[in-house]
Design a protein around this ligand. Structure first.
Ligand code: FAD
Ligand code: NAD
Length: 438
């Protein structure tokens, strides 16, 4: 009998296993493939390494080889790391529910007081006529496919496509992106979409919106995609049209867990409808990020250790960053959603071509900070070379409920990014005085 059985050894499962084991709990970790999961083997690590490698590599093959070296350096260390914890038993195999406390792996049954489902997600493959007859790439095989092809069509203009399109183009590959919707990155500020439209144009990457119907066929060694918006021929196609939860193999019908095509339903404590079973990461979250899977895992560790004072998950301060030579990063709400939620908002923003960009020859630096009527930051967006770090600074303020104008109580070095954040806070301070002083 284990204190906790964890199914899936990716970002969420590893955090939970190590957290519980460090607190002295006996843990069984089950992983059917490689420890590290999607982030390490087909997601964050290879994609970020590929973006960096493309700056110096001269061919696609070289860039992929450079990226895969990093993947192995990180991925191959996961098992030795886990083996250091004497109270984690590791089983390689596919976990399936027998009942709410029993999991079957490789023909053997294991019993746990608590169970954590962290089986992640896989690429969503849209129902496109002819797609089943062609060989297509998605994030699970793209980084492992050898050969220097010259053209690729990416289906879906989401986060994955926008991160991969630029390094591919830098490696002299023709890139076309086909998007079914009339808008891309709908959760982002309009300024971010404008920034990408310009950047795609500058790079010579075609973005075709409104591709509502598609049909695919092989033509010699190429793949033809016929759409309502034109026909597109390329050597390779890549599917990045969203994610689908890894539910199928779990046999959830043996439990009372509620789930649907989007994933497993959980409450604010990350519990499923079976109170001893938690679900975390991509299978249970609309925020599909490694750091969110880790954060949810930490909440679960706490809630298993202290079941009478359980902690709620809080998604109001989740940051995320789109990587590239220039990053785009965001936390909290965008301006439109903030206006819907709050009667009064204060917006503080810097233009793309501001003093900082001018001084440092930076290609772009944009910042927008949104406050509610009491000057709490409720959202922020940044475009810039280190946008992820800047949003980290603002995220810390949201998480600790620091009012924006209080940045005035600091002095920041000129001309750092934080100097310009303080300049915006000065405006907030004036608004604060005008609003609250008699
Ligand atoms: C191309 C790409 C780039 C990304 N870049 C970033 C980024 O830069 N930053 C970021 O924060 N996020 C990024 N993400 C998202 C991130 O990878 C995921 O959000 C994260 O991996 C989710 O963690 P998880 O623990 O839920 O699932 P995973 O990490 O996918 O782990 C799930 C594990 O469960 C295993 N499993 C599944 N079913 C079973 C079963 N029945 N029994 C046993 N094991 C099972 C799987 O083999 C897998 O190892 C990226 C994703 C992609 C696809
Ligand atoms: N830097 C990061 O943190 C990072 C990087 C990459 C991926 N990720 C994670 O991976 C997830 C998945 O990324 P993604 O890009 O696959 O999904 P996404 O949800 O970001 O974008 C998918 C896009 O595909 C479009 N689409 C869906 N079906 C289509 C069809 N039949 N034809 C054309 N377009 C279609 C959608 O309208 C959408 O714009 C992201 O949501 C994110 O959570 C994170």
């Amino acid at each position: 009998m284990y204190d906790t059985i964890i199914i899936g050894g990716g970002a969420g499962g590893l955090t939970t296993s190590i957290g519980l084991a460090s607190a002295g709990k006996k843990v069984l970790l089950i992983e059917k493939d490689h420890l590290g999961g999607e982030c390490t083997w087909g997601g964050c690590v290879p994609s970020k390494s590929f973006i960096s490698a493309s700056k110096t590599a001269s061919t696609l093959t070289e860039a992929l080889e450079m990226a895969l070296k990093n993947v192995h350096a990180i991925g191959d260390s996961e098992l030795p790391h886990i083996s250091n914890f004497k109270n984690i038993d590791f089983v390689k195999g596919e976990g399936t529910f027998i009942d709410k406390n029993t999991i079957l792996v490789n023909g053997q049954q294991y019993i746990g007081k608590y169970i954590v489902i962290s089986t992640g997600s896989s690429p969503f493959i849209p129902n496109i006529k002819g797609l089943d007859k062609v060989k297509y790439l998605a994030n699970h095989n793209f980084f492992y496919e050898k050969g220097d092809y010259k053209s690729i069509t990416l289906i879906g203009a989401g986060v994955i496509s926008l991160e991969l399109a630029f390094p591919l183009k830098k490696l002299n590959i023709d890139v076309t992106i086909l998007e079914k919707s009339d808008i891309f990155l709908p959760m982002m500020e309009a300024e971010v979409r404008d920034f990408y439209l310009n950047k795609l144009k500058e790079a010579g990457i075609n973005l075709i919106l409104n591709c509502t119907s598609m049909e695919i066929e092989n033509i010699d060694n190429n793949i033809l995609i016929k759409t309502n918006n034109g026909d597109f021929l390329s050597e390779k196609i890549f599917i990045s049209a969203g994610r689908t939860p890894n539910i199928q193999s779990l046999n959830l019908n043996k439990t009372k867990i509620k789930y649907d095509a989007k994933g497993v339903s959980v409450d604010e404590f990350m519990r499923t409808s079976e109170k001893n079973i938690f679900a975390i990461g991509d299978i249970a979250s609309s925020f599909k990020f490694s750091h969110v899977a880790g954060y949810q895992g930490e909440i679960v560790v706490r809630n298993i250790l202290f079941p009478y004072i359980m902690k709620k998950i809080d998604y109001s301060f989740i940051p995320w960053t789109l990587f590239g030579d220039i990053e785009v990063s965001k936390v909290g709400l965008n301006e439109e959603d903030a206006h819907k939620k709050y009667k009064k908002t204060y917006i503080y923003s810097l233009d793309l071509n501001n003093e900082r960009s001018l001084i440092t020859f930076e290609k772009a630096f944009f910042l927008k900070i949104i406050c509610d009527n009491r000057f709490n930051i409720v959202g922020a967006t940044c475009i810039g070379e280190r946008a992820g770090e800047i949003i980290g600074f603002l995220q810390l303020m949201i998480g600790n409920k620091v009012k924006f104008y209080k940045v005035m109580n600091s002095v920041q070095a000129y001309p750092t990014y934080t100097y310009y954040i303080r300049n915006l806070a000065k405006k907030a301070y004036i608004d604060y005085l005008r609003t609250f002083l008699p």
